[in-house]
Design a protein around this ligand. Structure first.
Ligand SMILES: Cc1cc2nc3c(=O)[nH]c(=O)nc-3n(C[C@H](O)[C@H](O)[C@H](O)COP(=O)(O)OP(=O)(O)OC[C@H]3O[C@@H](n4cnc5c(N)ncnc54)[C@H](O)[C@@H]3O)c2cc1C
Length: 434
């Protein structure tokens, strides 16, 4: 029997260390550092680099990577247990060397990169000496990559890139971008595009503006609207096969989606902890909020939602470890991806409501968490697209019936049952059997 829901005591010790470290050292950084990705910020480097060293000394750096890349090669179950703690604080994943989008970008560089690309881009990325950007979405549409128009054409030994990208996160801090470009316009739609590595300081990489999320001041945006204007990079900067961008992107997104979900558990739990503390502390009409049944319903619903979500994430992580094949767990990952924004949204919304005006204010983090729930429902594919994947795969496991009435039609089942037991029923009726 293999249905166990326990953590090994030795690994629990590591998790306890991580939990204490995140609460004590990392959570306060949100108030001190503008962006953990801004490597040009001396304050950021002064605080974050020593913390990264502590993580390395503890042997917990980049645990998602194999030892050949400086990690621990943890399976997804261990990563889930760790990431749900890291998810509590914005800066935690970069301090543990597993931050998006660099983790996904390093996965595809490790998988598809040439030795030269690994030296130039992967190695400094793994050390967090640089950060990177994944530049795929375009202003005219992100959910349907078939509408992307950014073109890369060969001019001798040089790719010349022209086009626009939208919501390229961290471009402003990045040293290089992985840009999805149409290189084979005559191929079938899913084989027209390729990934190309572009150093961000290449002439012609023009950031039109850095777009922010709803709660961010206008000058704090990190999601770049980029215009690529006659950007020239060597032919060797192609990452993966020509026309293979979709395959390369899938390598990156499978792991990325489940890691986002693991971290989101931590955020949900944080909102839930605040909700519980508040309802046990605040009175109205002479009694604690916690004694009111509609409040209790919110607490119960939130606990149930988080628990179901966490179990689905853990089970999916377990399946990834078992099958080692992202294609085989596509339905599960899409289900996790579709559930994640709903749980974060609902728990944050309930926590906000139960904190009253304070909850709606910028003195509590709930409006940020709510926007974050939309981030989780959009980035790496909108919820609707993932639900379609779940439904298609689920339905592929069923068969239609040719009959006018369903196979579980009660009338039909009753007739069949009566026919099956006809002899016994007749004997009972005629009294032939006691
Ligand atoms: C915080 C954040 C960070 C991001 N970071 C990056 C990044 O680093 N790099 C990058 O390339 N992109 C990034 N994105 C962009 C993200 O990938 C896109 O937002 C996403 O793919 C959706 O594309 P879109 O925004 O153009 O929405 P659209 O394609 O215009 O879709 C809008 C809406 O239409 C609906 N819809 C779409 N398709 C379907 C369908 N098949 N069935 C039913 N309804 C549908 C959904 O409600 C969807 O949200 C980021 C987005 C966010 C919010």
């Amino acid at each position: 029997m293999g249905w166990e829901f326990e953590t090994d005591p030795e690994f629990q010790e590591e998790l306890d260390w991580v939990d204490d470290f995140v609460r004590r050292e990392i959570e306060p950084l949100d108030f001190v550092i503008r962006s953990p990705y801004d490597l040009t910020d001396p304050l950021r480097n002064r605080i974050i680099k020593p913390l990264q060293r502590q993580v390395q000394e503890r042997g917990l750096w980049a645990c998602h990577l194999g030892p050949e890349l400086g990690g621990r090669g943890y399976g997804q179950v261990k990563l889930a247990l760790m990431n749900e703690i890291l998810g509590r604080a914005r800066g935690a994943s970069i301090i543990f060397g597993c931050q998006a989008p660099d983790s996904g970008n390093s996965e595809i560089l490790a998988h598809y990169g040439t030795p030269e690309q690994k030296t130039e881009f992967l190695e400094p990325l793994l050390r967090n000496d640089i950060v990177s950007c994944f530049s795929m979405t375009e202003p005219q549409g992100g959910a349907d990559p078939k509408v992307f128009r950014t073109r890369a054409e060969l001019d001798g030994d040089v790719w010349v890139i022209n086009g626009e990208k939208w919501f390229s996160s961290n471009a402003r801090y990045s040293s290089f971008l992985i840009v999805m470009c149409v290189t084979e316009p005559d191929n079938p739609p899913y084989q027209q595009q390729s990934m190309i590595l572009v150093p961000t300081n290449t002439p012609g990489v023009n950031i039109v503006r850095n777009v922010g999320l709803g709660y961010e001041p206008p000058d704090h945006g990190t999601h770049a609207y980029i215009r690529y204007e006659d950007v020239r990079v060597p032919k060797e900067n192609l990452l993966g096969p020509r026309g293979g961008a979709f395959v390369v992107a899938q390598t990156r997104l499978g792991g990325g989606r489940i890691h986002h979900a693991m971290r989101t558990i931590g955020l949900c739990q944080r909102a839930f902890d605040m909700m519980c503390e508040r309802v046990l502390s605040r009175t109205t009409q002479g009694e604690l909020l916690a004694r009111k049944q509609m409040v209790q319903e919110r607490v119960a619903d939130s606990w149930i939602d988080i628990e179901c979500f966490r179990l689905l994430v853990m089970q999916t992580a377990w399946k990834i470890d078992k099958y080692k094949d992202y294609q085989r767990v596509r339905k599960d990952i899409s289900a996790v991806k579709a559930l994640m924004p709903r749980v974060l949204h609902d728990v944050s919304q309930r926590a906000l409501q139960l904190h009253g005006s304070l909850g709606a204010s910028n003195e509590m983090p709930f409006s940020k968490y709510l926007i974050e729930s939309f981030h989780m429902g959009l980035a790496d594919g909108p919820t609707e697209v993932h639900k379609v994947t779940v439904a298609r795969q689920v339905l592929s496991e069923y068969q239609p019936t040719d009959d006018m009435f369903p196979t579980q039609h009660l009338h039909k089942l009753r007739q069949a049952a009566l026919a099956q037991y006809h002899d016994v029923l007749e004997e009972m009726e005629t009294g032939a059997v006691e």
